[in-house]
Every structure is written in C-alpha cells, then in structure tokens.
Design a protein around this ligand. Structure first.
Ligand code: MSP
Length: 699
C-alpha cells in the first residue's frame, strides 16, 4: 500500500518578503517532506501566499499600487525564494487564484447549508496586523495588541457568523481521543484551556473593504481572511489536478502565534462542513519563534535577516544548507531560539567543518589505493562498533524525524559522526598503510560506508551537502522513489571496486576577513531597553564582584580579544553597565601565575544533559552536565539572559570541575562552573570540538 504524507506550511502574508523567521517554517516543512520521500512515501508538500484582507489592502495603498499588483509581485518573490533556500514544495497556492476562490466559496456554501453560518451584527476590537478579533482582556493596557504593539481598531458592522460555539464539546473530545492532534503537548494544554473557557461564534465576513473573496450569494461581504486562508489546505488539492488522495493532511506546520486558528477554528470549519473525525488533519505542529536580539524576528520590529544574504555570505550554493542546519540544530524544535551569527560560525567550524567535512577528508587520502581495497580483510571489533553506532543513530534519527523532532535527529546523527572520527583515530589508517594493506582496505571501506550512511541521514536537512558528499564518494545522487525506503537502517556495504572522486573540502575554513565581515553584517540588533536596567548574567544571590566592571576598569591591555569568563554565576554587579555592543568586551590583565598553579584547575569537557530555569532566579539556569562521571553534575550558571535552556541540551561545554560546591539557596548547590567569554553579543559559552567526549581533560 502506498504510504502518503501531506505536509503544509502556513500561507504567508505578502506584506513582506521572506525573512529568516518565515523561512524557518518552510525549511522545517521541507525537511519533513524530504525525509518522508527518502522513506518511500508519496509526498505532497504545500506552501503559498495569503493575499487578501485589510492588512494587504493597506500595504498596497501604502505602496500606491493595486492589491492585485502587490499580490503578483510578492507571491513571485515567495515562489522564487523557496528553491533558493533548498525547499522543494510540490504546489504553491495563491489565495487570489481562481482555483482557491472557487474552493473557498464551495466550503462556505457547505457550512451555510449545514446551518452553521448566519447573518448578524459585529461590534468589537480588531488587530489588522494579526487579522484577528480580540476581547478587552486579551489586549495590553490601552487596547494594544500584544504581538504587534499597535492599538486594536474598533469594528462595528453587519457580519456573517460561524457557529463556533456549537463545536466546543466535539473539539475537546477530539483532543481527548487524539492528544497528538496538537503538538507539542504544552501547546495542547493551551488550546484545551482556550476551548474550555467557552467558544463564542466567530465573525467570518467583512463589509468595510473589498479585497477578499466575495461571500457566495451576498457580495456586499468578503470572507474573513482566516476563513479564506485556512481553506487553502483543501482547495489546493482539488485543482489543477486531483490530489484529493492526499487528504487529510498529516501535519500542518505552524508558528505558535497562529495555533488557535489551526487547532480550533480550522477543525471546527471542517466539522461543520461534514468531515468526520478521521477525515480531519492529523496534527497541528506548532514551532517557536526565531528571535533576534531577544525579539521575534519580524518586519514590524525591523529586526529581520535575509536568509539568502546570510547563506551567500557563508558560501555560495552550500551556504543555504549551513543555514538550514543551524536553524534546526540550534533551536530545539517547538521552542523559541535566538539567531546569532556566532552560533552559525561556531557550528560551521565545529559540527560541519571539523566533524562532518573532516571525516571525508580524513578518508580521501587513502581512498585511491585500489590494491588495498581489493585485499580488504573482514571487519574487526572496531568496525563492528562503528557499524552499530551508525545503525543506532540511523534508527534514532528516523524516530526523531517521524516525530517531527529534527533537532533530536541531528543530535543523534552527530553522535555517530563523532564516533566515526574516533574510529579514524583508533583505526589509524596512516599506520595501516605502512603495515597492512588488507587492514587499510577494511578501514577505507568502513569509513566510506559510514559516510554513505551519513549522506542519506543529513539529506533531509542538507540536500546540497548530501549531494556533494555522495559525489566525492563516487555515489549516484539520491533519487527518492515512491515505495523504496532508502534510509540506512542497515550499515551500507561498500563495493571495493567502486572509485572515489575526491574534490575540494566541502566546508573550507572561513578566512578572518570573511568572518569579520559576517560578524559586522549580522551583529545582533540593539536590544530593547531592559526594565530597570538590570545587569545580565548575574544571579540575585551573587556577592559583589571581586573585579571591577569593564565600565570602571582602566584601559585593558588586550584590546580586541574577547575575554574568557567563568559563569556560574559570573559577571558584573547588579546595575553595572554592560559593555557597549559596538565594542568587544576585553580581557583584563591579571597577575602572572606559574604553570603549576594553572595545572591545579581541573578543566573538563562536559555535555549538557538538562537545562531549566529556576523560579524567582531569573539570571541563572540550573543544568545537569555529563563530565564523564557516573552521574551528571548539577551546575548553576549565570547565563539565563544569553541562552534559552532548550538550546543548551546536547551542547559541549568546558567545566571547571574542582571548584568548591556553592549553595544557591533552597537546597540548590552548584558543583562546577562553565567557561564562557564576554563578547559584544553577550556571554558566549566556550565550546569544545564535537569530537571531544564528556570528561576529556582540557589542557
Ligand atoms: N497568513 C497567515 C497564515 C495563514 S495559514 C492558513 C500568517 N502569515 S505570516 O506571514 O504572518 O506568518 C506565516 C508563518 O511564519 C507563521 O507560522 C509564523 O509563525 C511564521 N513566522 C513569522 N515570523 C517568524 C519568526 N520570527 N520565527 C518563526 N516563525 C515565524 O500568519
């Protein structure tokens, strides 16, 4: 039986070109689609543009053009942006297209015929930015929208209403029977409590502007833009070709801001149109926001980053994959995460260059020895261990991708890549070349097989990197086929006669000038003023600092090198000034110490296993860190202002392991300290290479 998978992104408002925040949703959906294609599913991946409504009409007026012209221009920009970001949607729907207009009107007619649309009068508050109605208590003081920070507008007009109030019970039953309908579970609770508060009928038409789909049989009204927009998931399957076999959608991927529309209104519209529970979308998956300088990246806050400019800045062509990787690896899917160029540069050098790229370039110098390959001897214990590590990672990654958890999938894959690098260290092909060609043959075939597996495992997230890897391994490009599962659940077998095609390094080291340029171009935007001007990175229990703050210190001796700081907790006195963003924080001169003094400090590689905020202590995070001991250690670190807890899980850190334990009150004791540096972008953790195991000594 053909396994089908239908995944959608929200359709984008056309008042803005795609930015890194909007690209995040589409990239995540593309990853899900590519993964299922590799697993042999018949996939339909839909995206598009949301072109109607007051917001768009006003944007067209502001630009002095007709809304149709704006829609044509901007939908073209979206359509072109996705392939440039490595995304391959199967269909792109525009809500101004005739196929959509007809489909939305058909849905309206069905619901009207069922008696769930009626004519009434609406009076209330409306945020044009959200295209949503608000009650007084949902708004900030002064009637201000919490998301757009603009005043909601009073609206009073005749309106058609959707009888949403009729569907509260059935929605609650749906969530009860099918808790995966909304994911992650914390979001389900949010939706449930909204529905439990009681649902009001929803105004679904407007009469005060014309830029929308005319209501059937009453064209004095246009449809409420969310009724129009949500129906795209259905209308796109009906024309130009019949794709209705893909219904119902497996996943509607959405940002957390638009969860209510998808998890409450949309299933209720479908229920009213006669859809049984098993014909409703299977899952609404809400992801968090990409923030920049701590605020949601958005046009209205003027803190957007162009994904293409960033990708080009890193590397033409493959840069896009670097962005895709960093977005999905650094922001634990479902949570908010801050974009930082330091994170991108760090991951480029460590995860991609030193771990993945390096693995290939440690293999290639030995790959041309045809005699050794032909003489390869059977695998030994080292090879068996690597085979099993790769298979474990492949299964774990599959499970994570199946559960729409790409961050977890990448973590599992990188564990295997790190193991493959350790395999090279231990198998020592350079020594085998001198001593035993047969052994060298085995090592080369094993590594090539591990890299072949990696080329599939990374393909959903980094399709271009996967193609480049496969080319150098002498393998054909991946070509997903319906019905053929290509996921490397079993370790590949490399044919000894198969030639390699060595090429240039896939992730060449970025030169200093390029790094400086990227840092300058993508420096974080100025942060909004912190209430009360509280200092960052300082725990409330922190005693006064033992060293002067940079603000009071005389000119430092080392001007441009960021300082390395221990942060558990670290930093400045409350109220002390934070270094100017334009000026790197600089190291202070300290007294010279003998090597013996330095050697007394037990520095170790640690891997963060858990991270959480502590109630009433907003400057510190409580972590458990694996430092190679039987149990992970509890470490309290003053980094809450600089890292989201979820972004730390799985990260490698440097731990000062022999510091006296330090109590934090309430029974909380810190058993170590993390190393970090003060940078213009805030405190950044010192990150050892991915290949360093927990507990490794740092010297
Ligand atoms: N047009 C509606 C969706 C209708 S779907 C039937 C809309 N459009 S939007 O352009 O404002 O947002 C589209 C998607 O982009 C949403 O999922 C939104 O959460 C996402 N993002 C926009 N900025 C974002 C970030 N900074 N971070 C993550 N996602 C972001 O809402």
């Amino acid at each position: 039986m053909t396994r089908r998978y239908y995944v959608t992104t929200p359709i984008y408002y056309i008042n803005d070109v795609p930015h890194l925040g909007s690209a995040y949703t589409t990239i995540a959906a593309d990853v899900m689609a590519r993964y299922r294609k590799l697993r042999g599913f018949e996939v339909h991946f839909l995206t598009g543009t949301d072109e109607h409504g007051l917001k768009i009409q006003r944007e067209a007026e502001r630009r002095g053009i007709a809304p149709e012209v704006l829609a044509d221009q901007m939908s073209a920009a979206f359509r072109q942006a996705w392939p440039a970001l490595g995304c391959e949607p199967d269909d792109f729907i525009r809500t101004h297209e005739p196929r959509h207009v007809a489909g939305a009107q058909a849905l309206w007619r069905k619901i009207r015929a069922a008696g769930d649309i009626y004519l009434g009068d609406y009076q209330g508050l409306y945020c044009v930015g959200c295209e949503a109605y608000y009650t007084d208590k949902e708004l900030l003081p002064g009637g201000v929208c919490p998301l757009h920070k603009t005043a909601a507008e009073p609206v009073k007009e005749q309106s058609y209403f959707f009888r949403l109030s009729r569907y509260g019970e059935r929605l609650l039953e749906l969530y009860e029977k099918n808790p995966e309908f909304v994911s992650p579970p914390s979001r389900l609770n949010e939706v449930r409590s909204f529905v439990r508060q009681g649902l009001q009928d929803l105004s679904v038409s407007r009469t005060t502007f014309r830029w929308g789909i005319p209501v059937p049989d009453d064209d004095t009204h246009v449809m409420y833009v969310w009724f129009d927009a949500l129906s795209n998931y259905l209308t796109a399957l009906q024309a130009p070709e019949d794709n209705t076999r893909f219904w119902p959608p497996n996943v509607h991927l959405v940002g957390k801001d638009i969860l209510r529309f998808h998890a409450v209104y949309w299933p209720a519209f479908l229920m009213a149109a006669g859809y049984a529970d098993d014909a409703l979308p299977r899952q609404i998956l809400a992801h968090g926001f990409l923030t920049y300088g701590g605020q949601k990246m958005s046009k209205s806050l003027r803190n957007t980053v162009s994904p293409l400019a960033l990708a080009e800045g890193i590397a033409p062509w493959l840069g896009v994959d670097v962005i895709r990787y960093c977005l999905l690896r650094s922001i634990s899917f479902g949570h908010d995460g801050d974009f930082s160029i330091e994170d991108v540069l760090g991951r480029y050098a460590a995860d991609l260059g030193n771990t993945l790229g390096n693995l290939l370039h440690r293999l290639l110098p030995f790959a041309g020895d045809a005699a050794a390959l032909a003489a390869a001897e059977p695998a030994g214990p080292l090879e068996e261990a690597l085979r099993s590590q790769v298979e474990v990672a492949s299964r774990a990654a599959a499970e994570a991708f199946d559960g729409c958890a790409p961050t977890r999938a990448l973590e599992a894959i990188w564990v295997a890549l790190t193991a493959a690098n350790s395999y090279v260290d231990r198998a020592a092909p350079w020594a085998a070349r001198k001593q035993s060609p047969a052994r060298l043959g085995t090592i080369v075939l094993t590594l090539a097989a591990a890299l072949e597996a990696a080329s599939v495992l990374v393909a959903p997230v980094m399709p271009r990197v996967a193609a480049a890897l496969r080319q150098q391994l002498g393998l054909a490009p991946l070509a997903p086929r319906v019905g053929a599962d290509q996921w490397p659940l079993a370790f590949p077998v490399r044919d000894p006669g198969h030639a390699f095609a060595p090429g240039e390094p896939i992730f060449p080291r970025l030169d200093k000038e390029r790094i400086a340029e990227l840092r300058a171009r993508f420096a974080p935007p100025p942060e909004p003023a912190a209430p009360g001007g509280a200092a960052r990175g300082v725990d409330a229990t922190e005693p006064p600092p033992t060293r002067p703050s940079p603000a009071t210190k005389p000119a430092p001796t080392v001007k441009s090198r960021p300082q390395t700081t221990a942060v558990a907790p670290a930093g400045r006195a409350p109220g002390a000034s934070v270094p100017d963003k334009a000026e790197p924080a600089t190291a202070e001169a300290k007294a010279v110490v003998d090597f013996e003094v330095f050697a007394q400090i037990d520095l170790r590689v640690g891997v963060v296993r858990t991270a959480e905020r502590i109630p009433k202590k907003d400057r510190v995070l409580s972590l458990t860190v694996d430092v190679g001991e039987a149990e992970p250690r509890r470490i309290v670190a003053g980094i809450a202002a600089h890292y989201a807890p979820e972004a730390l899980i799985g990260r490698r850190v440097v731990v000062v392991a022999n510091l006296a334990p330090r109590p934090f009150g309430g029974g909380l004791v810190s058993h170590g300290m993390l190393l970090a540096s003060d940078t213009p972008a805030g405190v950044r953790l010192v990150a050892p290479d991915e290949a360093s195991p927990p507990g490794a000594a740092v010297r």
